[in-house]
Ligand binder design. Structure first.
Ligand code: C5P
Length: 226
């Protein structure tokens, strides 16, 4: 079976059709996140599905349990393979989201903390430093039996120790160490896979490349070549 560990982020609402046309749905999943979903609405889910792709619906639900559940259940019938919620929504919300995800045949994935938070902000919001906040979120993931988590590639080691047998999704992936965009603390694809990542979320290195299929293939080969 073809391996499918790459999730390609469709983040440009005005330039995404070529990504769907040029990439192979047998080799990758498509991320529909808040930028493109808020722009196009459900039509974008239909369009991605019509091109044969499975969907990572990275909408990061965060509300009271009933609202999150009803929102998730409203997506029944879409080929959503994975969807995200915020683990900081708490135990009851996570369990409700998990139950509702099962009814639409999607895996429920929890975002630990936003990697954009710095130490000061983590203390302001969670009253503890980043490392401790991430550990408590991972513990919550274990207690609730959620299907998986999203974390920075630099948290994969901790995720591997605390969260065996859970799906681990990580962004911040670049083919080379030098990086020209806003991602800091990047990691190479193979390195992240070796550290236990199940899926890598990769956007601009593929979607902004003039030859998207070639850019994808280079990353794909870098993971699977011996
Ligand atoms: O273009 P790039 O490869 O940086 O895209 C990474 C994707 O992962 C984007 O959709 C971005 O929103 C998402 N992401 C991220 N860092 C996080 C969480 C999500 O880059 N901490």
């Amino acid at each position: 079976m073809t391996k499918k560990n790459i999730i390609v982020a469709l983040d440009n609402p005005l330039d995404y059709q070529s990504v769907l046309e040029e990439l192979d749905s047998n080799k990758c999943i498509i991320k529909v996140g808040s930028i493109i979903f808020n722009y196009h609405g459900r039509k974008i889910l239909d369009e991605v599905a019509n091109h044969g792709f499975e969907i990572f619906f990275d909408i990061k639900f965060h509300d009271i349990p009933n609202t999150v559940s009803k929102s998730i259940e409203s997506f029944k019938g879409y080929p959503i393979k994975l969807l995200t919620i915020h683990l900081s929504g708490g135990c009851s919300m996570i369990k409700s989201a998990l139950d509702s995800s099962k009814t639409i045949n999607a895996k429920c994935i929890g975002v630990s903390i936003l990697t954009s938070l710095n130490e000061e902000e983590s203390k302001e919001v969670y009253n503890q430093e980043i490392q401790k906040t991430v550990s408590s979120m991972f513990n919550l993931a274990n207690e609730t039996d959620i299907d998986g988590i999203v974390c920075s590639p630099h948290e994969l080691k901790l995720a591997g120790d605390l969260l065996q047998n859970k799906i681990k999704i990580t962004p911040g992936i670049r083919l080379s160490d030098s990086n020209s965009d806003d991602q800091s603390r990047v990691m190479k694809p193979k390195e992240a896979i070796n550290l236990g990542a199940t899926y890598l979320v990769i956007g601009r290195p593929i979607t902004s490349h003039k030859d998207k299929a070639l850019a994808f293939e280079q990353i794909y080969q870098s993971i699977y070549e011996e």
